[in-house]
Design a protein around this ligand. Structure first.
Ligand SMILES: [Zn+2]
Length: 155
């Protein structure tokens, strides 16, 4: 979602490194970026399932909003995917979406949305430089945005 500057004033500010990075296979990182690229010029989105901080199953999803500045999950699709994950004994650990033209940093709208997803890593792919997409990873706790980074593994 398009960005707006954010301020955090909590006395117990979290800092980079306070929360561990998500662990992601290189192939899944590529899957996220290619799904987001295929979605251009619209925002694209998807979910990550796994155990702890280990992403095991990455699911590209439909952007039901079909917008260049906004995404929303299709409730039916989400229900189905969540049910499949429950059967596979995987937890919802992350959500990704793209910023077609802005930097890979959570917008105010993203932070409001993230209230329901505090337990999840929040990945944002930016295509502001289309040839060099960027993928950044955060946790959003209250109104605090903490960049966690990603541990990308070969297999
Ligand atoms: Zn966004």
């Amino acid at each position: 979602m398009a960005e707006a500057p954010l301020q955090t004033e909590s006395p117990e500010s979290l800092r980079p490194g306070d929360l561990p990075p998500i662990r992601l296979r290189e192939a899944d990182r590529e899957r996220i970026l290619s799904h987001c690229r295929e979605g251009l010029p619209y925002e694209a989105c998807g979910l990550l399932f796994g155990n702890g901080r280990e992403a095991i199953h990455v699911v590209p999803m439909r952007n039901a909003a079909r917008s260049t500045t906004f995404f929303s999950l299709d409730p039916q699709e989400q229900l189905q995917v969540m049910e499949d994950a429950r059967e596979a004994k995987l937890d919802l650990i992350g959500i990704f979406h793209s910023h077609p033209v802005t930097r890979p940093y959570p917008s105010r709208t993203d932070v409001e949305f993230a209230g329901f997803w505090e337990e999840c890593w929040f990945l944002i792919a930016s295509f502001r430089r289309e040839d060099e997409p960027e993928l950044c990873c955060y946790r959003i706790i209250g109104d605090q945005i903490v960049e966690t980074g990603m541990e990308v593994i070969a297999e």
